[in-house]
Every structure is written in structure tokens, then in C-alpha cells.
Design a protein around this ligand. Sequence first.
Ligand code: PXP
Length: 247
Amino acid sequence: MVQLGVNIDHVATLRQARRTSYPDPVLAASLAELAGADGITVHLREDRRHIQEHDVEQLLKILQIKLNLEMAATSEMTDLACRLRPAECCLVPERREEVTTEGGLDVVRHHKQISSTVNQLKQAGIHVSLFIDPEFDQIVAAAETGTRSVEFHTGAYANSTNNDHRLYELEKLKIAFVQASAKGLITNAGHGLNYHNVQEVAAIPGLNELNIGHAIIARAVFVGIERAVRDMKQLIHDHAKYSREWP
Ligand code: PXP
């Protein structure tokens, strides 16, 4: 059964827009847990634009399901993660000016720094994942760092504007899953997935977990977070029935 990690960053985005105490991402996480989320994901960014350190501390106190902390491979974040000890850390690239995480980690180029971060987190008992593009050289480099998991960036697939491009990106993802599994890595995916495009990704053999944020929180504005999580879980569960038609 493919797991669903619900990313609640954008509940905090709404709160930070007015520097109020609401809406509370911790409450959102509890409701997502009640609705069947398998994990909660938060990205603690260097600029603290949405999730704050106190959110992470609270989440660790109240959640029964695992917390996946997305973070840059910096010494500040590594020290913080080793102190807080979430179940899982996903290392992501971070640029201040980006609207969202725009690409995967360049593990080939930053191999030494990423390996050292992976090592420190593992020594603190944290399960490590690397957010990478579905490229063979990145998979090989990721496996060499000693990470247990990789999360494939599905942005290129999600942003495709025609059928051929979408099928090309889907094929790239499928091949990457096979290559990563052959290296003994646990394989996750996420970014840009929504209620229309999730099912053919959910159907990829070997997929362990999907991390989805923006689409779930956007739907939650209208139907509530529990329904939004349940709807997404249902689609993932029913992936075998997905339609090949594309709008
Ligand atoms: N996975 C990772 C590593 C991410 O950085 C993000 C965005 O924060 C997501 C998944 C979720 O992306 P989206 O909000 O587009 O669903």
C-alpha cells in the first residue's frame, strides 16, 4: 500500500501572511492524522517563511505518525535535526528566491557535503531521504552517500503541458524507480502532484510513499482538511483504475 505523507507547510504560509497564531499547522497535522495520513511533512526553511521551529517541536510532541522534516544540508539545520530527532529527514536544495523547491539535489556536485550530512543524521538515529531528479547519475551518487531513501522530484511530470511530454516524464520516473530499487533504496516521490495527476504516479511499481502538500491544503480551504486527505488517499488506493485520458 502506497503511503501518503501530507505536507502542511501552506497552512503555516497562511498564518505567516498575517503573523497571527492561526491557522495552526499543528492542528492541521492532527486532523490529517485522524483522516488517515501516514506521515506529516514540513519544510523548515532557512528564511522561516512558513513552518517555524516551535511548530516542529509541537508536532514531535503530539503526532502518532512519523514526522518527515525537509531541510537544506547545512550545519545549522543538521544540528537542529540532531537535537529534535524527527523520524525522517529529507534533504532538499534551497534557494531564498525560489517560490518552491524547484529541482532535486545535485548529489553528484555536492557529494562530500551531502554524504557528511547523511552520516550525521544517521548517527542521530534519523532515517534519511534525498530529494533528487529521476536521473541515473544522481541515483548512483545518492546511493553512495549511504541514504536509506530517495524521493523523486515529480515536478517535470506534473508541469508537463502535453501528452507526449507527460508520458516521457512518467517513463523517466518509472526507469528511475527501477534503478533506485536495484541500488537497494526505498523510493518515494512528490512535488506538484494533485487530484488529477496523482494516480499514474501512484501506480508506478516499487513506490513506497508520496509527499503531497499544496493540492491537499488548497482543497482543504473548501472541503476541510480531513475530506481533502481522505479524497487523496482514496485516489492513491484506487490507482489501478486511473484513467489514461488527460484533459
Ligand atoms: N516533496 C518535497 C521534497 C518538497 O520540497 C515538496 C514541496 O515542499 C513536496 C514534496 C510537496 O510538493 P507540493 O506542495 O507541490 O505537493
